[in-house]
Design a protein around this ligand. Structure first.
Ligand code: HEM
Length: 179
């Protein structure tokens, strides 16, 4: 996983719980704590930090990861406004993930392995199939909710199938309402 993800997690945790909490999590996760944005680090480092957060905040690892996705989206929107500006709706933005955003991420962060999605329309929303060996579907959920908030919409995400319970892909049904 690219270091930028760890940097955003540090920012999210420090903003919400203070820099000391981030230090405590690193200690509990036995992490060296030095993540440069372009570096590549074992996914297990992230999972150990999430595990430590899950214990100390009494929330499931998926809830922590989803919370992080929500918190990370505004940071992406600030750093990479060019991906957000051309759109006025969540669905239009999400539909650029495969062809614009994540391919650009591969150029900006050599060695990045972002996921790809299969899109299909559903009434008042979008179905996204997520396939990734990383099983970070909760991150996708949080980022989708965060993206909706960015466009003054609300996304209700229903997880119809999940890689974490043996399905070949996660099926995320996203219903959008305008705030
Ligand atoms: C709602 C929109 C987005 C969704 C649903 C999404 C989803 C994800 C997920 C689930 C991952 C984890 C890797 C995996 O599961 O295989 C990921 C990785 C990543 N995404 Fe996105 N993403 C979104 C928008 C963005 C934006 C706007 C950026 C920044 C320009 C971005 C940059 C990255 C980066 C840097 C990684 C790490 C890849 C790696 O370390 O190999 N994503 N994305």
């Amino acid at each position: 996983m690219k270091g930028i993800v760890f940097n955003l997690l540090e920012e999210a945790v420090s903003n919400a719980h203070g820099a000391d909490t981030w230090d405590d999590l690193l200690k509990a996760a036995q992490s060296h704590g030095i993540y440069t944005s372009l570096g590549n680090y074992p996914d297990d480092d992230l999972l150990r930090i999430v595990g430590a957060a899950s214990q100390s905040l009494h929330a499931s690892p998926n809830d922590i990861v989803k919370w992080f996705g929500n918190a990370a989206l505004p940071m992406f929107a600030q750093r990479y406004a060019q991906f957000f500006r051309p759109h006025t709706t969540t669905v239009d933005f999400l539909l650029t993930l495969n062809d614009i955003i994540h391919p650009e991420v591969r150029k900006l962060y050599p060695g990045a392995q972002p996921p790809s999605f299969v899109f299909s329309p559903i009434p008042a929303g979008l179905r996204m199939e997520y396939r990734s060996s990383r099983q970070l579907c909760a991150l996708a959920e949080g980022l989708i909710e965060g993206a909706a908030a960015h466009y003054h919409e609300t996304a209700t995400v229903t997880h119809r199938a999940c890689v974490q319970t043996g399905a070949p892909a996660c099926v995320l049904d996203i219903q959008i309402t305008r705030d």
